[in-house]
Design a protein around this ligand. Structure first.
Ligand code: NAP
Length: 491
């Protein structure tokens, strides 16, 4: 079989925040794997940049430890590790000090022909400062690419400010807003399924689909991110970006071609078609929760964030509607939460039941077909269909999952790539298809802000739910009022 790895052009990748959690846990392991697979050219270089006063050798040591911790031992061949480590350099620079950028200029000017990628793995408060700093020293060139990650604003106003700070220096064509959910193989496979098969698209509408459920359940609590999380909550941390992006890919019209702006135009139309939730509609179409055990020493969100009066939600369920021809009347139920019974991220497209059962009364009822797109823990696609239970004993039906996971068809020791591997290489290639455009981010906030405003105006507290449970009872009731049930949260 010929190699599917297409080498990228030589690049210099600067990780602002090179010593941080994102860099060590995600970015360096992803770059290592692409290097080990032969995608990164010999001349490419990676620079870690942060305030910590240390030299390149100390940074290399940290990077080695990060690889050992976050990459499987069988992937860590000594040769691949040494080759990767040689690419690394480190500069200690405080980006808020405008006189400190000289070393970065000297480093990058050694290879003026390289593509330059500036990955901002720092808090968003520094995004504007870094963009301006790069411009001041002449590094915001046409060939350069700027990568930013969530949180992209706290509300619409701050998102607009952030976009303006970035766009005052970088053209939109050079800005890569990462939502790592879009880099997941299964999410891209959702697009292949819809647009490369004649089978699904005729069914992909309100005539055939009853509803959609998008779940991102986490079994862990807020952990060490309590301080940040308490200012954001589940709606800002998960819904505004990840869940809404999944909803857009699922609901969008076929783009006229698989190209960054064509695809993002279609996602934007979905965002603009989301029925606004305001005032009382928010209270009937959303449920907020906080995990809270009953015993004095039980786990509790309030303890975890160190704020006994917090009204921030660690769980949210939203019933969203899309006001357009294709989706009229089809609810999209979104839910996400911490400390739930399992770690699971899934999209479930639940089809309508057959118009009439020719089988009469059966022991096992006819279940609606469900297409599940799993992002976690195991990526994969399944289509649940009704079949005859084989053998004697009457005519019994059973619901079986038809596994459509693409990994099954791969030869040898194929491994599911991490989303960051794909996304970072797309940045180097200059392919923005799987990245969010500024207007998309703003449109998502435009829908989210009134929901948060309505909660604040109501003065209501989030409902308590048991750690390790399925979430607040009110979320089950919200579904039951519609005659539906949530899918099980299971790994
Ligand atoms: P972190 O562990 O706190 O790392 C922040 C990095 O920024 C450190 O390397 C820090 O090093 C550096 N830094 C801070 N101030 C600086 C300055 N003035 N000049 C130069 N470097 C500076 O944070 P993180 O978890 O990696 O997250 C970074 C960003 O990515 C955040 O916006 C976060 O929300 C986002 N994000 C993170 C993850 C994740 O998995 N961690 C996922 C999605 C998005 P020094 O202290 O040595 O300067």
């Amino acid at each position: 079989m010929s190699s599917t790895v297409i080498p990228v052009d030589p690049f210099d990748l600067v990780i602002f925040g090179g010593t941080g959690d994102l860099a060590m846990r995600k970015l360096l392991p992803a770059l290592f794997r692409r290097d080990a697979d032969g995608q990164i050219p010999a001349a490419a270089r990676i620079l870690g940049l942060a305030r910590t006063d240390q030299d390149t050798e100390a940074f290399k040591l940290e990077a080695r430890e990060a690889l050992q911790q976050h990459v499987a031992a069988e992937e860590l061949s000594a040769e691949a590790v040494e080759r990767f480590i040689k690419r690394l350099s480190y500069l200690h620079i405080d980006v808020t000090d405008s006189s400190a950028w000289g070393d970065l200029v000297s480093y990058l000017n050694e290879r003026p022909e390289h593509i330059r990628v500036y990955y901002l793995a720092v808090g968003p408060a520094l995004f504007g400062t870094i963009a301006q700093g790069l411009a001041n020293v002449g590094l915001a060139t046409v060939k350069a690419r700027l990568v930013v990650e969530k949180p992209l604003g706290h509300d619409l106003e701050s998102a607009i400010e952030l976009n303006q700070a970035i766009s005052s220096v970088f053209n939109e064509k050079s800005v890569y807003r990462i939502d790592h959910y879009l880099g997941k193989e299964t999410v891209q496979n959702l697009m292949a399924l819809r647009f490369a098969n004649a089978l699904f698209e005729p069914l992909w509408n309100a005539n055939r689909i009853d509803h959609v459920q998008i779940t991102a359940a986490e079994s862990l609590g807020v952990g060490s991110r309590g301080g940040y999380y308490d200012t954001a909550g589940a709606i800002r941390d998960m819904v505004q970006n990840h869940l809404i992006q999944l909803l857009c890919l699922l609901a969008m019209e076929p783009p006229y071609k698989f190209d960054a702006d064509a695809l993002r135009d279609e996602k934007l139309k979905v965002l603009r078609s989301l029925r606004p939730l305001t005032g009382r509609a928010v209270l009937s179409s959303t449920v907020r929760g906080q995990y809270m055990g009953h015993e004095a020493d039980a786990e509790s969100y309030l303890k975890d964030v160190g704020n006994p009066d917090s009204r921030t939600e660690s769980y949210i369920a939203i019933k969203a509607k899309i006001d357009n021809w294709r989706w009229s009347g089809v609810p999209f139920y979104l839910r996400t939460g911490k400390k739930l019974r399992a770690q699971m991220t899934e999209i479930a497209v639940v089809f309508k039941e057959p118009a009439h059962s020719v089988f009469g009364d059966l022991e096992t009822p006819i279940m609606p077909n469900v297409l599940t797109i799993r992002l976690q823990p195991d990526e994969g696609l399944q289509l649940h269909i009704m079949t005859k239970d084989p053998g004697p004993g009457g005519f019994r039906l059973r619901d079986i999952p038809l596994d459509m996971s693409f990994a099954e068809g791969r030869e040898g020791s194929w491994r599911m790539p991490d989303a960051y591997e794909r996304l970072i290489m797309d940045v180097v290639r200059g392919n923005q298809t799987l990245f969010m455009r500024g207007d998309e981010v703003e449109a998502a906030w435009r829908w989210i802000d009134p929901i948060i405003d309505a909660w604040e105006a109501s003065g209501l507290k989030p409902e308590a739910y048991d750690p390790g449970s399925r979430g607040p009872i009110a979320a089950v009731e919200m579904m039951a009022r519609d005659g539906r049930r949530w899918r099980e949260i299971e790994a």
